[in-house]
Design a protein around this ligand. Structure first.
Ligand code: UD1
Length: 418
C-alpha cells in the first residue's frame, strides 16, 4: 500500500507534458480485439487501467506487447475468447467495452459486471438497451452480463440520458452490425470522437462523432490500425488547477486547448491568467482568486471529472462558491477528506456550498476515488505543513508518474510503500 507525503506551500513553476487520455485509451484498447490484424496504439498513458486491460486481452488469448512505455502492439488476429468472466475484469469499469467489442466481432459476449470508482449508482441499462435494440439477447445473472445474437441489425437509438459509456459501447457493436445505426442524444466527449476515429481507421464507417447524432454504417470486417491517442483533458485540467492553487506559473504542454474551454473560462472568471497556444496553455495565478459557481455537465460543459479538483481550488478562493453536480448522484464523498484539511463546505443534495478559507493545513487524508485523490494532492500542495494521502492506488489508475510530474514543477511529494 502506497502513501504520498506532500510538503505544502510550494509554488509550481515550469512545464508539464500531458499523457494520453485515460478514458480514450480504455475504449480504444478493447476495440482493438475487433480487428483481424494487429494494431499499434501510440501515446497511451502509462497507468494501471491500461496495464489491467492489456492483461485482460492476454487472458482472453490475444497478444499485447509494449514497444515502449507508451506504444502498444495488440494482436488478436487469431481471435480471442468471448467471455471475460475472471475477477480482474471487475476492477475497471471500462471492461464493459469488451461487451460491445466482442458482440461486434463474435456476436456473443460474456463479461463480469464492471467495478471502478464508486460515486453513486452506475447503471449500464442504456448500454444493454442499445444492444437489445441492435437485436441482441441480453441476460444478467450472478454479476455477469451475457449478450448474443444471430445477427446484429442497425437501427435508430435515442439515448434517454447522455452517457459516454453507452454511446461508446453501442458504437462498438453497431460498427459490425448490418445496415445503418443512428445514435441520437449521443455523448460528445473528446474520447467518443477519438474512438470513432480509431474505428474508422480500422475500416468502420462512423460519421457525426462529436455531435448529438452519430451515424454508423456497419461493416463485415475490421483490420488493425496505427493510432495515436488524444491528450488527457482531465490530467491537463488537474495540472492547470494545480498551477492556480499554488499561485504558480505552469506551461501545460501536449494538449488540445479547445478541450479545455469550460475550465479556462472558469479560471479566467476567477482571475487566473491564461495564455493559449496551439498545443499548450500557460497558467499564471496570484492570490487572491475570486469565487465562482460551477455546474458539471456532459461535454462541452464543465467535466464532472474535474469537480473535486475545482472544489479544492474554490475552497481557498475569496468568498462563497456553489458547485452543482449534475452528472453523478454521489460525487461528494471526498468532501469529508477536504474538510480535514480545513475546507468549509456544506453539501445540500447536488450542491456544494464552499466558503473560501485563506489556506489549507496539512492532515492525514484518503483518496476516496481517482479524481478525489487528485483533489487531495492539489489541496495538499496549497496546505501549510505536511499532508499524508493514502488510497494512492486510485490515483495510479489514471495519473501517470504523478509525484514525479509534480516534483519537476517544484512540488515536494514523496511516495512511501508500507
Ligand atoms: C465516463 C467516464 C467517467 C466520467 C463520466 C461522465 C470513462 C471510462 N469514464 O463514465 O470518468 O465521470 O463518463 O463524464 O470514460 N447512466 C445511466 N444508465 C447507463 C449509463 C449511464 O443512467 O446505462 C447515467 C449515470 O448514472 C450517470 C450518467 O448517466 O448519471 C452519465 O454516465 P456515463 O456518461 O455513462 O459515465 P461513464 O461512461 O460510466
Amino acid at each position: 500500500m502506497d502513501k504520498l507525503i506532500v510538503q505544502g506551500r510550494r509554488r509550481l513553476v515550469g512545464e508539464v507534458t500531458i499523457s494520453g487520455a485515460k478514458n480514450a485509451a480504455v475504449a480504444v484498447i478493447p476495440a482493438a480485439i475487433m480487428a483481424d490484424s494487429p494494431s499499434v496504439l501510440e501515446n497511451l498513458p502509462a497507468i494501471e487501467d491500461v496495464r489491467s486491460l492489456c492483461h485482460t486481452i492476454e487472458k482472453l488469448g490475444g497478444h499485447c506487447s509494449f514497444q515502449d512505455a507508451h506504444t502498444l502492439h495488440i494482436d488478436c488476429s487469431n481471435g480471442t475468447a468471448h467471455h471475460a468472466t475472471f475477477e480482474e475484469v471487475q476492477k475497471i469499469r471500462a471492461s464493459y467495452y469488451f461487451l460491445g467489442a466482442m458482440l461486434a466481432r463474435y456476436k456473443k459476449a460474456e463479461v463480469a459486471m464492471p467495478g471502478g470508482c464508486n460515486f453513486g449508482v452506475r447503471p449500464i441499462d442504456l448500454h444493454l438497451k442499445g444492444f437489445r435494440a441492435l437485436g441482441a439477447i441480453v441476460e444478467e445473472s450472478n454479476g455477469m452480463v451475457r449478450a448474443y445474437a444471430d445477427r446484429l441489425i442497425g437501427t435508430s437509438i435515442y439515448m434517454d440520458q447522455v452517457s459516454v459509456g453507452a454511446t461508446i459501447n453501442i458504437m462498438l457493436a453497431a460498427s459490425m452490425a448490418e445496415g445503418i445505426t443512428t445514435i441520437e442524444n449521443a455523448a460528445k466527449e473528446p474520447h467518443v470522437v477519438d474512438l470513432a476515429n480509431y474505428l474508422n481507421m480500422m475500416g468502420a464507417n462512423i460519421k457525426g462523432a462529436g455531435t448529438d447524432v452519430i451515424r454508423i454504417r456497419g461493416v463485415e470486417k475490421l483490420h488493425g490500425a496505427q493510432y495515436t491517442i488524444i491528450p488527457d483533458q482531465i490530467e491537463a485540467g488537474t495540472y492547470m488547477i494545480a498551477a492556480a492553487i499554488t499561485s504558480g506559473d505552469v506551461l501545460v504542454k501536449n494538449i488540445i486547448p479547445k478541450h479545455m474551454d469550460s475550465l479556462t473560462a472558469k479560471l479566467d472568471e476567477m482571475n487566473v491568467t491564461i495564455e493559449e497556444h496551439d498545443d499548450s496553455i500557460r497558467i499564471t495565478a496570484n492570490r487572491p482568486l475570486h469565487c465562482a459557481n460551477v455546474k458539471t455537465m456532459s461535454y462541452p460543459g464543465f467535466p464532472t471529472d474535474l469537480q473535486p479538483q475545482i472544489a479544492a481550488l474554490l475552497s481557498v478562493c475569496e468568498g462563497t462558491s456553489v458547485i452543482t453536480e449534475n452528472v453523478w448522484d454521489n460525487r461528494y464523498q471526498y468532501i469529508d477528506e477536504l474538510r480535514k484539511l480545513g475546507a468549509q463546505v456544506v453539501i445540500d443534495g447536488r450542491k456544494a456550498h464552499i466558503e473560501g478559507v485563506p489556506y489549507f493545513h496539512g492532515a492525514k487524508v484518503s483518496a476516496t476515488d481517482l479524481r478525489a485523490g487528485a483533489a487531495m494532492i492539489l489541496a495538499a500542495l496549497a496546505a501549510e505543513g505536511t499532508t499524508e494521502i493514502d488510497g494512492v492506488k486510485y490515483i495510479d489508475r489514471g495519473y501517470e508518474d504523478v509525484e514525479n510530474k509534480f516534483n519537476a514543477l517544484g512540488a515536494d511529494i514523496t511516495r512511501i510503500t508500507i
